[in-house]
Write a new protein. Structure first.
Length: 563
């Protein structure tokens, strides 16, 4: 994990250094909407460009499109978003606040977990009658087992099929068995076992919601039976749980009516599917081939949270790879491996990455197989990219709703079929947050704390900082000449304000990998002018000729590896 135990430091650094701001902040902000500042927009652009290069320019059979945000309303009927893109919501009648029902239950469970931990360690610290170290370890293992379920719960309701998750149930049974072993070996108040059983029972009911009655009815019963109160008002006065569609709807045209309603797209994938035939006809592509796209998407998340990890307006980078049925499983495995390796190649530490296949009973309705590439954020393991075998669902649906043929004719084998699709889908904002979290370090240097972002130099918003040691014409003239020469190839920043140490620290926090200092030793010595280049990651310095500076920086970027 990165040197972070919460997102607070990243949020603070992001604002202080101009990476990310709260949208409309002077008016009090707009919830779950963010603006990218001078450094943030460069970082985000560099990540987007790196993805685009990887997905299109390094493949001779993948092309790009840029589909419109507004699409024909029938697109979303065909895709299933109109009928099934919902979240279970409940309203507090007192405060008029609306909450996502499953997350409301999760928050209640977290409170019970915290109370258990506090009560237990208070007991252990006051007791000399039990083997505290061994007991602490066993209970810590139990709590850890419960906590691991949180990330698996968080995303499970949007595509919920209401089928009981046997894997989860089995794991909870193991926890119960472990509790009984603890109870048999160590004498302690029974309330601890009861507390943990309550937590486990709640998780079990939450995970299996929809298998007893409907999803909304089961969630409502959990809230009522456990007397879960509204977080803000403290009231226990709820409406029933209802499903709310997550798409933003608006009107189209100056004389529009409700029948003319259109949606802001909730994903970019459908823009690729409806252009499949256009691309195939104009690009003369043959199966297998891919279509890539980056762009904004919008979801009316009621419980959007955790900084830019979950927003209402966000940017996606998706590629749909069209393959012959029967080859889809092999292609799915290839793309899962390729995408995981790309994240490592971009400088994300391997120990902070993992793949998490979706259990069969939690697959989306269109998927034959799916897996998340997850990163260990300060908020726990979370999805940063999804790889899906979407079968022929999308093209078949759009062919049916549009009345157009979207099959493919294989001239070589004289056969016709509807292609299967392997999807890679990554959130650019989540990717940006991952880069910031993974790069973040706090280091002790001469008794002070140095905050530094050790990110891949190719992604850094500013790649080279150029500093005249002091404000003297001779130094400034050479510094400006170097700035002009390097600007053609690198992103550079000229700075002559403050001490050289403070300038280094500012660029450390911005993630600038190379800082060039122009001093009198370099401009007054015999022969070619020289400068001092200082490396961000280890703070080492070396003197190099000005004529060799670009080459040294180029080599430093090429040879960089994450610590």
């Amino acid at each position: 994990m990165s040197n972070l135990d919460s997102l607070d430091k990243i949020v603070s650094l992001a604002k202080a250094r101009g990476f990310i701001f709260q949208s409309s902040e002077i008016y009090g902000g707009l919830s779950a909407v963010y603006d990218y500042g001078p450094l943030g927009v460069e970082l985000k652009r560099n990540i987007r460009d790196a993805w685009w290069k990887e997905m299109t320019r390094r493949h001779d059979n993948i092309v790009g499109v840029d589909a419109a945000i507004f699409m024909h309303p029938k697109v979303w009927e065909a895709s299933g978003h109109v009928g099934g893109f919902n979240d279970p919501m409940i309203d507090d009648k007192q405060s008029k606040k609306r909450y996502r029902a499953d997350m409301l239950i999760e928050q209640h469970i977290h409170k019970l977990e915290k109370k258990f931990v506090d009560d237990f360690f208070d007991f252990v610290n006051d007791s000399n009658k039990i083997k505290t170290e061994k007991y602490r370890k066993i209970i810590a293992d139990v709590v850890s087992s419960i906590e691991e379920k949180v990330s698996q719960v968080q995303e499970s309701y949007q595509d919920s099929s209401g089928v009981e998750n046997e894997v989860m149930v089995s794991s909870f049974n193991q926890i119960n068995k472990q509790l009984k072993e603890v109870d048999a070996e160590f004498p302690h108040p029974e309330k601890f076992v009861n507390q943990l059983n309550e937590i486990i029972g709640l998780y079990y009911n939450l995970l299996t919601a929809g298998s007893r009655k409907s999803l909304t009815e089961d969630l409502y019963e959990i809230i009522m039976e456990n007397e879960i109160r509204a977080p803000e008002s403290g009231a226990f006065d709820w409406t029933e749980v209802r499903q709310f569609n997550l798409m933003f709807k608006t009107q189209f045209g100056s004389t529009s009516t409700d029948e003319d309603g259109v949606y802001l797209r909730p994903e970019t994938a459908q823009g690729i599917f409806v252009n499949y035939k256009n691309v195939m006809d104009t690009s003369r592509t043959t199966i297998p081939f891919g279509i890539a796209q980056t762009g904004k998407a919008f979801r009316n998340e009621v419980v959007a949270r955790q900084f830019v990890f979950r927003m209402r307006e966000f940017e996606q980078m998706e590629m749909q790879y069209f393959v012959k049925p029967g080859t889809d499983e092999e292609e799915y495995e290839k793309w899962l491996e390729k995408r995981l390796e790309w994240h490592k190649f971009m400088g994300i530490r391997e120990e902070n990455l993992r793949t998490a296949p979706h259990p069969e009973d939690k697959l989306a309705h269109y998927a034959r197989a799916a897996a998340d590439i997850q990163y260990k954020y300060p908020i726990g393991w979370q999805e940063v990219e999804g790889i899906h075998n979407r079968t022929d669902f999308d093209l078949t649906q759009h062919a049916e709703f549009s009345g157009k043929k979207l099959d493919y004719f294989d001239q070589k084998n004289q056969e016709r079929f509807v292609p299967y699709v392997i999807e890679t889908s990554v959130g650019l904002d989540r990717l940006t947050l991952m880069v910031l979290c993974d790069a973040y370090r706090e280091e002790e240097v001469d008794g002070d704390t140095r905050t530094v972002l050790k990110m891949n130099p190719k992604l850094a918003p500013t790649q080279v900082g150029i500093f005249p040691l002091i404000k003297k014409d001779k130094l400034q003239d050479l510094a400006h000449k170097i700035e002009k020469d390097l600007r053609e190839e690198f992103s550079v920043l000229y700075d002559d304000s403050g001490s050289i140490g403070k300038r280094y620290r500012r660029q450390d926090e911005a993630g600038t990998p190379f800082c060039v200092t122009v001093d009198f030793d370099g401009v007054e010595s015999e022969g070619e002018d020289t400068v001092t280049i200082r490396y961000r990651d280890d703070m080492s310095q070396e003197r190099v000729p000005v004529s060799k500076l670009a080459e040294v920086i180029r080599d430093g970027m090429k040879d960089w590896k994450p610590e």
